[in-house]
Design a protein around this ligand. Structure first.
Ligand SMILES: Cc1cc2nc3c(=O)[nH]c(=O)nc-3n(C[C@H](O)[C@H](O)[C@H](O)COP(=O)(O)OP(=O)(O)OC[C@H]3O[C@@H](n4cnc5c(N)ncnc54)[C@H](O)[C@@H]3O)c2cc1C
Length: 401
């Protein structure tokens, strides 16, 4: 699957910060992780800290899957609002899913600090009304979040204008949120894990996979054999090739980053990440080097040719979206890119064992909360492997298929 096109900011900024070898021998391991993006990197980091032997193998150069395209907003807010999620999975499960995402942002911050990764900034998260009619929905959503202990404030039209400088009928301002650089973070995690004994290989495709009674037997594209007691599928949207059921609807999404010097002019620099109630939603953040990033304008197809053909138009549209909010700030697009993005029916990820593939564990953080879900998956899978847990909570599990 071709996962992204264009020039993602952090790939340009960081380039190839580390090299990893391709696998050139036969090996055995306790845990093999398929995929070295942010999900595989977090899983490996957690396993290394738990003293579990793990090997990461990626078909691409490390990070060049969806991770390099990620705009890396970290939100406890799931794509499905809490007021709707409660009807899909039950109130207690919905609140627990939100709570786990909330906690995961603190955990990601603690990990970033521990491994010395600097591009992590706590922000608030502003969920604003795209249309006047969305006010009553936001009131309902605010009430349920407040009732369950989330740190939220309701902003009316005047407060919105005063604090954020554009007209919107209402918004929910959440204290919890953050922004990072997923590509740099994944590399930093791998470097920390390698120091603890994890081996990371790239440019090695896990081609033939046999889930047998005693273990998983894999042959790579170079003909090397791997025997693993467990195989973690941290292979992002390409995992759809291994699961029979339809688990995710794949789309194309777009992002545009301004020249440097624009973030300073906005009222939300390093203060808030923004997203709105439109479908597809629009989102904004600032970057460490003083840019503004705006994304959204999703399309319901994944054809690479169609996606790339639309990139210039989407760049213009997203630029116009920013200028509509802030007509007095000039936004010159410098980097724009697009990629595959996936949404599940309930907005929740898939993680844990998949009974049809013995000794498999999945870490699929689909949706706008991909990275927070990846962290939760890393924790849960590590607990399963070390015997602390049997499975993932039902609302995240593949058993709900
Ligand atoms: C434009 C865009 C914006 C986004 N914005 C956000 C955001 O703001 N916040 C957020 O949380 N998420 C966001 N996401 C989603 C987020 O980027 C993803 O959830 C996350 O990067 C997924 O990481 P991953 O490690 O699971 O997958 P990937 O980074 O795709 O890594 C999976 C790896 O598995 C490897 N692989 C696949 N099959 C095999 C095989 N057979 N053998 C060996 N290796 C294999 C691939 O080569 C790949 O590198 C965004 C995504 C896009 C495209």
């Amino acid at each position: 699957m071709n996962l992204s096109s264009g020039y993602p900011l952090w790939l340009v900024q960081d380039g190839l910060p580390y090299n990893y070898p391709a696998l050139d021998e036969d090996i055995r391991t306790d845990v093999l992780i398929m995929g070295g993006g942010i999900s595989g990197a977090l899983a490996a980091y957690h396993l290394a800290n738990a003293g579990v032997e793990a090997i990461v193998v990626d078909a691409r150069t490390i990070g060049l899957g969806s991770t390099s395209a990620s705009t890396a907003l970290l939100q406890y807010e799931i794509d499905t609002p809490l007021s709707e999620l409660q009807h899909k999975v039950g109130l207690a499960n919905a609140v627990e899913a939100y709570r786990l995402c909330d906690q995961s942002i603190d955990t990601l911050a603690a990990i970033a600090q521990k491994i010395g990764f600097k591009e992590f900034v706590f922000t608030s998260s502003l969920y604003y009304a795209a249309y006047k009619k969305d006010r009553s929905f936001l009131e309902k959503e605010f009430a349920i979040r407040k009732a369950h202990g989330f740190d939220v404030t309701f902003l009316g039209q005047q407060e919105m204008e005063k604090q954020y400088g554009f007209a919107s009928e209402a918004a929910i301002l959440s204290a919890q949120g953050a922004q990072t650089n997923a590509y740099g973070f994944a590399h930093a995690l791998h470097q920390a894990s390698i120091k603890k004994g994890v081996r990371v290989f790239d440019r090695t495709l896990l081609e033939k996979i046999e889930h047998k009674k005693d273990a998983v037997y894999i042959t790579t594209n170079n003909g090397h054999k791997i025997r693993a007691k467990k195989l973690i599928y941290a292979n992002g949207y390409e995992a759809t090739e291994y699961i029979k059921e339809k688990i995710v609807k794949l789309e194309s999404t777009y992002a545009v980053c301004s020249e440097q010097g624009v973030a300073d002019k906005t009222p939300f620099k390093n203060k808030s990440i923004l997203w709105n109630t439109a479908d597809p939603y629009l989102y904004l953040r600032t970057t460490a080097d003083n840019r503004v990033l705006i994304g959204g304008r999703d399309e319901e197809f994944i054809s690479v040719a169609r996606r790339e053909k639309l990139l210039p138009k989407k760049t213009r549209q997203l630029t116009a979206d920013f200028e509509k909010l802030y007509p007095e700030i000039s936004f010159k697009p410098e980097f724009s890119w697009c990629g595959v993005f996936g949404a599940t029916k309930d907005g929740l990820p898939f993680m844990g064992p998949y009974q049809k593939l013995p000794h498999s564990l999945f870490a699929l953080g689909f949706g706008g909360n991909g990275i927070t879900f990846s962290l939760i998956a890393a924790e849960i899978l590590t607990d399963i492997i070390t015997g602390k847990k049997k499975t993932a909570p039902i609302f995240f599990s593949l058993e709900r298929l």
